[in-house]
Design a protein around this ligand. Structure first.
Ligand code: PPE
Length: 304
């Protein structure tokens, strides 16, 4: 169960957690067009700080732009509402979930006459794929479900409906006893997981799939920049599942999953079946960055 906080911001007001309800004819509930963000706020030695708030907020508004939806609040107000929501809930570390959705009004596919609502919920959220996964790596199964094609549902928007595809893949992987599903794109190349981007390390070269069919992950971008700053070689390139099987190391990135090592794919050990040196180093640096301990990237933190 999600750990309840005190208040949820809904259309400009703080509503007690238990009262944050919506109507059953909410358009998004029926037809899936809405979008969310996932952001983390970390405790640092100088107080709590939101990691890359500006970039998440930008993507939140881009999701609306892609969907052709006009949002009722300006970007600046949503950024300050994220900060205020953490403050009223008196949390020093949490996950932040902004969401816009289309409300009740008319029924039918046309959404143009229905109101658009915005909300921000926050709650404490530990290691997304478990503490054990974060430390020792997770086990993946290549999914029988193909990841989105760019021209079916556009993959750069974090649309609620896009996660039906993720849920089908996740359920299949969990039922088969794995931690997460690895999804291939419509051409058969490695795309991403149900809620994370994928990286491999091979002969001292770090590779991640290009932005063609995946979500433009903000953690992905952060890790690529941290690696480059460390003088590591990073390249965006399409690769196949067998290239992943035979890589030296592999890991996942995401706001919820942070930087989680991959120890096994389709019952084949990746490298030695435990987090490799590059993964371990990048994970350590990533946590330094989010805690404001890596001087070059302190600009990514918004202190609250
Ligand atoms: N791909 C997908 C499909 C995805 O959902 C996420 C985030 C990422 C990549 C990584 O993006 P970023 O967070 O910007 O690095 N998934 C969010 C949802 C998790 C959930 O279960 O809810 C997240 O990590 O917050």
């Amino acid at each position: 169960m999600v750990e309840e906080s005190k208040y949820i911001w809904m259309d400009g007001e703080f509503v007690p957690w238990a009262d944050a309800k919506i109507h059953i004819l909410t358009h998004t509930l029926h037809y899936g067009l809405g979008a969310f963000e996932g952001i983390r706020c970390y405790k640092t030695s100088r107080g709590s700080a939101i990691f890359r708030l500006h970039e998440h907020n930008e993507r939140f508004f881009h999701s609306a732009l892609i969907a052709g939806i006009k949002l009722p609040f300006p970007k600046e107000e949503i950024a300050s509402a994220c900060i205020e929501t953490i403050k009223v809930n008196e949390l020093d570390e949490c996950y932040i979930r902004p969401l816009w959705h289309i409300g009740a009004g008319e029924m039918g596919i046309n959404n143009k006459n229905n109101p658009v609502h915005m909300s921000i919920a926050v709650w404490p959220w530990g290691a997304y794929l478990g503490d054990e996964g974060l430390q020792n790596g997770v086990r993946l199964k290549v999914s029988s479900i193909t990841r989105h094609h760019v021209n079916i549902t556009m993959t750069k928007a974090k649309l609620c409906g896009n996660y039906v595809n993720s849920q089908l893949a996740k359920a299949e992987a969990i039922e088969l006893g794995y931690d997460e599903a690895l999804m291939l794109d419509s051409a058969g190349y490695v795309a991403e997981c149900t809620g994370e981007n994928v990286f491999i390390v091979r002969d001292d070269l770090i590779k991640t799939p290009p932005l063609s069919s995946i979500l433009e992950g903000i953690t992905r971008d952060s890790v690529m920049k941290i690696a480059a700053d460390q003088g590591m070689r990073v390249r965006e390139e399409l690769f196949t599942r067998d290239h992943l099987y035979t890589s030296d190391e592999a890991f996942l990135t995401g706001t919820a999953a942070e930087l989680t090592p991959i120890r096994e794919v389709d019952n084949r050990l990746v490298g030695e079946g435990k987090p490799g040196p590059t993964t371990t180093e990048l994970q350590k640096l990533f946590f330094e960055v989010v805690q404001g301990e890596y001087p070059k990237f302190t600009g990514w933190l918004t202190y609250i």
